[in-house]
Design a protein around this ligand. Structure first.
Ligand code: TTP
Ligand code: MG
Length: 414
């Protein structure tokens, strides 16, 4: 059965009560906490389709409210025509003229995002918000898959949205598991499966490895993650300097980056490596807006304000600069972060094209106000968590749980 057909079945028949192939994984003997990466599917487009039933099952493209019009995201129906995030809206119109084009209503998406994160907050207090639609959750050993099933069902039933959840023992493997499982599924990828499932994948599945690095490695015959894991360390050091060690470990599925709830973070950052070197300043500005919005959101979610905004630019010759600007007063405002970033970019843009753009906020200070997550727990937090824990002892129906193994052909990724 194709992935697409399964997705339609899910939508047509409401919630399915199936857990597939989780038995063998349960044999793992480890007390390591398990990490979930929860990423909503086609988030902005899904909110539009949910709220306007006439848009459902149709190609929907959201974007164009800022700058000259770049696609923020699009429904999976539009993706079949080749439409992608960060593509000029004009190009999306050429690829899919029949699509429904909608402006981006970020305030609305943000409210929905807060509702989603407050559902997550019922299951664990250990949450790192990565962006408006993505968060890592830590769960006690053995509870990852059953909690993922619960969350998947709660988001579907309470908010009519679909979320993909990757489950493993570290951030890297959970992220890859979710990439492989998308959309609307739960996927796991355990350390014991790295050799069989991770190593045959092409390098583009390794988070953090930009297209230019992939090309560099391809030129010396390294095309799969397994080949990277087996590559001589000297070679990697020559190419990647200080990052070589982390890269080598990631290729082996090893990742000890801790979960960083915003309240404990020293800084928050966003980074985008461009698939092709980018020479269009309007697109850069659109990326900066989206990064500033994500950072503003993450600050507010953690009840934080930032004193400093930093910009990172990588130029065509791979040279990279970072420049910081201290603000007159700490902020959690998207607009202030964006304006500071845009001014830094104007001062340090050099000449096009650009390979990477990143934003970081630091000098974080706690606010008095309650964060999104804290307000989700309220006084009932302990009671609620206990109630959920008790229920976790039962076998859950609910989500469609796949091991990455079942997805024989990984989805195209670009
Ligand atoms: P993503 O999670 O990257 O994308 P998505 O949720 O639309 O689709 P997927 O099913 O692949 O997860 O981003 C979350 C939201 O952030 C997305 O709905 C719109 C916004 N966004 C932008 O505004 N610009 C961008 O370039 C990207 C990548 C996302
Ligand atoms: Mg998403």
């Amino acid at each position: 059965m194709s992935r697409r057909r399964e997705e339609e079945q899910l939508t047509d028949s409401g919630y399915r009560e199936v857990i597939l192939q989780v038995g063998a994984d349960k044999m793992r003997k480890s007390n390591d906490p398990e990490i979930l990466l929860c990423d909503l599917d086609a988030f902005y487009a899904s909110v539009e389709q949910r709220d306007r039933p006439e848009y459902r099952k149709k190609p929907v493209v959201v974007g164009g409210s800022s700058g000259r019009g770049v696609v923020s995201t699009c429904s999976y129906e539009a993706r079949e025509f080749g439409v992608r995030s960060a593509m000029p809206v004009e190009r999306a119109r050429q690829l899919c003229p029949e699509a429904i084009f909608l402006p981006c209503d970020r305030a609305r998406y943000r409210r929905v995002s807060e509702q989603v994160f407050s559902i997550y907050g019922r299951f664990t207090p250990e949450i790192e918000i990565v962006s408006i639609d993505e968060a890592y959750l830590a769960l006690p050993a053995g509870e990852g898959l059953s909690t993922a099933a619960e969350i998947h069902r709660a988001v579907r039933e309470e908010l009519e949205l679909s979320v993909t959840i990757g489950v493993s023992v570290n951030k890297l493997l959970s992220k890859i598991a979710s990439e492989l499982a998308k959309p609307d599924r739960i996927g796991s990828l355990w350390p014991a499966e790295v050799e069989e499932l991770l190593w045959p994948l092409s390098l583009k599945y390794l988070p953090g490895l930009g297209p230019a690095s992939v090309q560099k490695l391809n030129r010396v015959g390294i095309t799969t993650i397994g080949q990277l894991a087996a590559a001589p360390f000297d070679l990697l050091q020559k190419y990647f300097g200080k990052s070589a060690l982390a890269l080598h470990r990631h290729a082996r599925g090893v990742d000890d980056r801790p979960l960083e709830p915003a309240r404990e973070a020293k800084s928050l950052s966003e980074e985008k490596t461009f698939a092709a070197d980018l020479a269009d300043e309007e697109v850069i500005r659109a990326v900066l807006i989206s990064q500033a919005e994500n950072l503003g959101y993450r600050l507010r979610a953690g009840g934080l304000r930032a004193r400093t905004v930093g910009l990172k630019v990588r130029y065509a010759d791979f040279s990279t600069i970072t420049r910081d600007q201290t603000l007159p007063a700490p902020t959690d405002s998207d607009l202030k972060i964006y304006r500071t970033a845009a001014a830094l970019f104007a001062a340090h843009k050099g000449s096009p094209p650009w390979r990477l753009i990143g934003l970081r906020v630091s000098g974080l200070q706690s606010e008095e106000q309650l964060s999104i997550l804290n307000s989700a727990y309220g006084d009932k937090r302990e009671e609620e968590l206990q109630r959920v824990r008790d229920r976790l002892h039962h076998r859950y129906g609910g989500a469609v749980v796949y091991r990455a193994r079942r997805l024989i052909k990984p989805p195209e990724k670009d």
